[in-house]
Design a protein around this ligand. Structure first.
Ligand SMILES: C[S@@+](CC[C@H](N)C(=O)[O-])C[C@H]1O[C@@H](n2cnc3c(N)ncnc32)[C@H](O)[C@@H]1O
Length: 384
């Protein structure tokens, strides 16, 4: 019985890894064009990444360094993050030791990620590191070797003791919950046992993630994580901001869109109730606890930050054109959830769901006037 359940669970995780990815390509509904939220988070974390690299002890004499971005998705965010790490490392080596190591960058995500779109965005490589070479300063070049690594970051992805810097920006998506929740796609306001199932899974995920990185990283290596999070210990209050809660795509608008499909006879109740969004906002205490248990890292920084979802200017633009707001929000949700919605109800019904969602969001005037925030947890740690 237990074995059967374990097999079932492993089957589900395998299936989830096949479908859980950002929408590929570069059209209006792709992740590449709808990653403004992670981009804002990255902008915020740029100085933190730079600070981390400036304060890390360098690997003197090492002639090549390996950097990995785990959960890279597609689009420019991962390239910007990688540039930031590479540039800061290069200038430190140049300043401190008068040489620059060769750098190999690994872009890693689930096998279903659209690696081709990402690789097409890679600027040409410059082969010379001669400082007098004008090309070195040309825009749109890269001075690292690039490789793609398909696989889940909850498992080993690299040989032992090889990585010098690891980035993981935009996690918070765990392996989720496979049970039934009536009329609810996510956990905000969910039953206690559902919440606990999500929290347990999230804890296991983070522990597995840290254990694997502990093995893969060199001593002194830098681990930088940016994950969705909450500011307070109470896990039942996932968003922690009652005024902006309604705007969150996983809550009321999404639930209403599923309800509309049900009311129109397009799906049955079981189909609605079996859909669960695999995301969990961790607290800083939960994250610290996982690091303590792993005992492989010195945590240098661990803090919660609130990021405004968009600019004041954008909000004004949307207030005067609510339809474009609905479209933007629906595209954002398509970019992140379409693969799992499609796997649940198929291509046609998935599109119907997003259309309902778009209409609900466009029609909710009150929502437009609220300012929405993302909560993120930033961690900087050094491999002991
Ligand atoms: C919100 S996106 C962030 C992407 C990118 N780092 C950025 O800042 O734009 C999260 C990424 O993590 C990936 N991801 C989720 N679970 C994963 C897992 N178990 N292993 C590897 N990647 C995973 C998703 O496929 C997705 O591309």
């Amino acid at each position: 019985m237990i074995k059967e359940r374990k097999n079932d669970c492993q089957g589900w995780i395998k299936e989830l890894h096949r479908i859980l990815c950002m929408q590929g390509g570069d059209d209006d509904v792709s992740y590449a064009r709808n990653s403004e939220g992670p981009a804002m988070a990255l902008r915020l974390s740029r100085p933190l990444i730079t600070e981390g690299i400036r304060s890390m002890e360098l690997f003197k004499g090492e002639d090549s360094l390996r950097i990995a971005d785990l959960g890279c998705a597609t689009g420019y965010n991962t390239l910007a993050a990688m540039d930031c790490v590479v540039d800061t490392l290069r200038s430190r080596y140049h300043q401190d030791f008068g040489y620059q190591p060769e750098i190999q960058a690994f872009f890693s995500d689930l096998p279903s990620n659209d690696f081709n779109s990402l690789f097409r965005l890679l600027p040409p490589m410059i082969l010379s590191h001669n400082d007098n070479d004008d090309d070195h300063y040309a825009e749109e070049t890269r001075d690292y070797y690039a490789a793609g690594v398909p696989g889940s970051f909850y498992y080993r992805l690299f040989p032992k003791g090889k990585l010098h810097v690891v980035l993981n920006t935009g996690d918070g998506v765990g392996q989720g919950f496979t049970g039934i929740q009536q009329g609810r796609a996510w956990i905000e306001g969910a039953r206690k046992e559902v919440l606990e199932a999500y929290a347990r899974q999230s804890e296991e995920d983070l522990k597995a993630f840290l254990q694997c990185r502990k093995e893969e990283m060199v001593k002194g290596g830098l681990l930088f994580i940016l994950m969705a999070g909450r500011s307070h210990p109470q896990r039942e209050d996932q968003l922690g901001d009652p005024d902006t809660r309604a705007k969150h795509p996983f809550t009321s608008s999404m639930d209403q869109a599923w309800q509309d499909l049900l009311d129109e006879g397009l799906i049955d109740e079981e189909t609605r109730d079996k859909f669960n969004i695999p995301a969990y906002m961790r607290s800083t205490d939960e994250v610290m606890e996982a690091f303590n248990q792993c005992n492989g890292f010195d945590v240098k920084k661990l803090e919660f930050k609130r990021i405004e979802e968009h600019t004041e200017e954008k909000q004004q633009e949307w207030i005067s054109d609510p339809v474009s707001y609905g479209r933007t929000k629906a595209n954002l949700v398509r970019a992140t959830l379409k693969p799992i919605v499609q796997a649940h109800v198929g291509r046609m019904l998935s599109e119907e769901l997003f259309k309902r969602f778009e209409k609900i969001v466009s029609g909710d005037e009150e929502m437009l006037h609220k300012t929405c925030f993302y909560g993120v947890i930033v961690v900087r740690a050094v491999r002991k």
